[in-house]
Design a protein around this ligand. Structure first.
Ligand SMILES: [Zn+2]
Ligand SMILES: [Zn+2]
Length: 269
């Protein structure tokens, strides 16, 4: 079984003391690729360092890229858009144009849940970063919280040009249909395992065609581990919940969502 975690903050300090074990458990669970979404300048260096790291198994042998790889993206998260957002954007843009390979512009978007003080700036930064992605022919990784309608409206301006993933999707069937109609993928994570979530019904209605898997680790831990730190090996639990919602086997869900992930990140294997 091949699984791809399209969204995991594995470079955060929560993994400092046991990264090797976390990576080994991911590999044992069938995870072949992990994409690292960026947050802001405070953690960009950590993200790049992890993506460059030569990974070794506990017996000391090098982990081959064909078996497992950690892939960087770059952008400024909407929660990090404050007074100094121009500076943050300049730093992310410098990374994106440094010659290093990044697989997406992300995570970018709108978050009205925590704070709306910088709503106008969030919108400007989102639009600017979408424009970079079009210039650079990269997908975007979108973070939206209490802002799905605004995100959709902004994406309509770039319809047919922007592409990517609506990460941690938790909207309605109508929103899912509109997002996938524009060619975007929906990132589904641990929330689907929560009893109060209606994501299972949404997935049952829209099917697997535009679905990719993610953990958003260390956040949004699926059941039965909710309340503890999340990690990429738990993506199996997300895969299982989707399989159950669609009455399909996990292998099939893993295969289709992995093909979708490779397609959106423009990779052959
Ligand atoms: Zn996010
Ligand atoms: Zn994230």
């Amino acid at each position: 079984m091949m699984l791809i975690d399209t969204h995991c903050h594995l470079y955060l300090s929560k993994y400092d003391y046991d990264l090797k074990e976390v990576v080994e458990r991911a590999i044992q669970s069938g995870v072949k690729k992990i994409f690292l979404p960026a947050i802001d300048a405070e953690t960009h260096e950590r993200l790049i360092k992890l993506a460059d790291k030569e990974l070794k198994a506990s017996n000391g042998t090098a982990i081959r890229k064909e078996d497992f790889e950690i892939l960087p993206t770059m952008g400024v998260h909407p929660c990090s858009i404050k007074e100094n957002f121009e500076e943050e954007l300049a730093i992310a843009h410098a990374h994106l144009t440094s010659g290093r390979k990044f697989y997406a512009v992300g995570e970018i978007g709108l978050d009205y849940y925590w704070d709306v003080t910088f709503k106008e700036q969030q919108i400007r930064a989102f639009e600017r970063q979408i424009e970079w992605s079009i210039e650079m022919n990269l997908p975007i990784v979108i973070h939206s919280r209490n802002s799905t309608v605004d995100c959709i409206n902004i994406l309509r301006q770039y319809e047919g040009r922007a592409k990517g993933i609506f990460h941690c999707f938790s909207g309605s069937v109508e929103e899912a249909r509109e997002i996938t109609r524009m060619g975007f993928y929906l990132g589904i994570g641990g929330v689907i395992t929560y009893k109060t979530s209606d994501l299972k019904d949404v997935i049952a209605k829209i099917g697997l065609k535009n679905i990719v898997l993610e953990t958003d680790a260390p956040y949004l831990t699926p059941l039965p581990h909710r309340g503890k730190r999340n990690e990429p090996s738990y993506i199996k639990l997300v895969c299982a919940a989707i399989a159950q919602a669609l009455n399909k086997d996990m292998d099939r869900v893993a295969q289709i969502t992995s093909e979708n992930a490779l397609a959106v990140f423009q990779m052959n294997s």
